[in-house]
Design a protein around this ligand. Sequence first.
Ligand code: ATP
Length: 320
Amino acid sequence: MKRIGILTSGGDAPGMNAAIRAVVRKAIFEGMEVYGINYGYAGLVAGDIRKLSVSDVGDKIQRGGTFLYSARYPEFGSEEGQLKGIEQLKKFGIEGLVVVGGDGSYMGARALTKHGFPAIGLPGTIDNDIPGTDFTIGFDTSINTVLESIDRIRDTATSHERTFIIEVMGRGAGDIALWSGIAGGAEQVIIPEVDFNMEEVAAKIQEGRDRGKKHSLIVVAEGVMSGNEFADELAKYGDFHARVTVLGHVQRGGSPTAKDRVLASRFGVRAVELLKEGKGGLCIGIRDNKIIASDIVDTLENGKHRIDLDLYDLSKQISF
Ligand code: ATP
């Protein structure tokens, strides 16, 4: 394969730029050409495509977001949209495609593969909710952003002897809550993967108070319920003066951490190696610190993201 394309799709994540840079640099290193597609599948169908040079990806590795922009484009769910996309790829002489995004974006890559066009998915989302990998690009940056907020909230929580509820992102996955909660020393972490009992949550806060504890930090994943709903429910079990912080989109921005940049670089390089060999229909991931490639159709149909429940048990044993 001599000419490949790359697009970013779905929600942006810090480290996407590092992935694009790695794909471009590795491809050029291998004597291949790379075309950048703006605005995800929307730009693909519209033909918003240009050749990327070594310098186009210069000074990008440290930037959050994606310089190729991202978009939601439901029309790509239809065969008509997909075939239009393939027509554009062929028009530009592109023989393979790298898609950086979440599971929705993987569906687009899978559709292209089913039509015989080799596409490779790279997991890019802060939510860490993609099957076929232990970690996604952007997750590490996001949990560090959340951690910084938890540390700040802890200062004020201690000063005022209050219970703080911190709502974090993650869609249906509790990874952001779990990792940031453990790192931030939260007293309780509430995630969608494990049922919780509000009476026990309240009892735990009370036990802490009885021991003279000045504050209680509870990290709630958005997939469980909103922070405000959680506070309202908790209020039914006692007077906890709970204050709610909804971190929102700050969790998606910022300069990627070293870990995310290295992960994105490793993923990008692997994608190019596979496309160079003419292989498509795969998604890249990391398992036990090894870069792996799995069948994208099988991963989407049978794979399921699994939160690390051992880590959840650990959090239960050290958070009180
Ligand atoms: P995030 O999880 O960060 O939101 P995502 O990739 O899951 O990212 P989606 O909005 O679900 O985000 O999907 C991104 C884009 O992928 C869609 O706007 C659409 O263009 C394409 N896409 C989603 N589902 C399909 C599908 N079933 N077939 C083809 N393309 C799809």
